[in-house]
Structure formats: C-alpha cells, structure tokens
Write a protein that binds this ligand. Sequence first.
Ligand SMILES: [Zn+2]
Length: 233
Amino acid sequence: MPLPRIFFGNYDVKLERPLTLVNKGYTADMVIPETVNGQKPFITGGLLKGEYVAEGIHFHWGSPVSTGAEHTINRRRFDIEMHIVHRNRRYSDVTEALNHPDGIAVLGVMFKVKERPNRIFPGLKKLFGVLPNVVDYNSASELPGSITLGQLLGDLNTREYYTYKGSLTTPQCNEAVTWTVFSNPLPISYADASKLWQLLDSNGNFIGNNYREVQRRNNRPVFYRTSKNYIYG
Ligand SMILES: [Zn+2]
C-alpha cells in the first residue's frame, strides 16, 4: 500500500496581512496567520492522522562555503532547508502539542543554489526580498503585497517525499514531530541564498550552519513515497 500524498488545505488562499519575517538570532521566522477566509492553512495525508494547522515557517542554511540543509538525502546535504511547522488541530497551541507524540508535523523543503535558476517563484521572491531588512537580531520586516502559503512551495513535486516520526531539531528535541521531507529540491539563485548567509545573531556573528547533526535512526522506520507507478526491488 503506497502512502497517500500530502493534502494541502487552504494553501491556495491568500494569507491575511501583515506577514512579518523576524530575525530570531538562530533563524529567520515567519508566523503564519489565518487566510483571508478566516481559516488557517493545514495539511493531512502521508503518515498524518487528522489535520495539522500551519503555525510558522523558518529556514536552516550553511554559508557561502558549506551546505546547510538539516536532512541529508542519500548522504547528500542540500544548501538550504525550509521548515513549515504545523500543529495537530486537536491541541490548542504548539506548546501543548509538543507534549504529545502526534502533536507536530513539519514539512521540509530543500533548495539548491543554481547559477542561473530556470524558474522564479513569486511567493519565495517576496519573502527573500525582505531578508536584507532583517540582517540584525530581533529585526522584523513586512512582506509586500499578499501571498498564499502554497506560493512558498514554488513548483515543488510534493508527491515524492520521505517521512518518519522523530523529534524537534532544537533543544529539548521533544519526540513529537512527524517529518515529511520532499526529496526534490527547488532552485534558488546565489543572490537569494546569500541573503540568508548575511543574517546576524545577537552577537553580530553570521547565523549559518544552524542545523542539527544527523541523528542515529535507532531503528525508526523511514518511509519513501515516489510518484512512479511501481518500483522494482
Ligand atoms: Zn527547523
């Protein structure tokens, strides 16, 4: 039985403004508001039981000389990884959800730096466009115009992904997260990637390499979904 694909609810509805990107000192983070319909974007499908409401988005990256995605795919680390954090609708907020093994679902999207990307994605362009305004710790900047959450996925092939139950990659590392990591990267220009590399922490140092070391699997199963009709082996 193949895993179902991920279903995206309200990912195609515009988000309420303001949309504010914040330099948190360890990442660039944006809280995801309700859509203009008064609902939140959500996901279900994959390994998920029930609906998971989008709460926030942040990034992991390396430096001009190192790749910084958090997950490796076939031992390969892409340049940047975007995380969209979702909370199980059963729980009232993220803090509460973190106390439950089915509390949190994170989508991981990889980016690969290209000299000349052949595609440009309007939503991501707006988000990366304000990164130069949040170079300093605790600074914030509002995205111009409006976007849907789905626009931050570009033309990602969401039918191919790895998924497993694991933990948060930040301290405490609660075993509360179902990870879904899309295996195909989106292209990003060197110019846009450098906007992340420029961000500073509270000491004025570059934030880069804000990913956690790869963890042992401890026999936890990792599932792979492919959009091919069948596979041998
Ligand atoms: Zn993350």
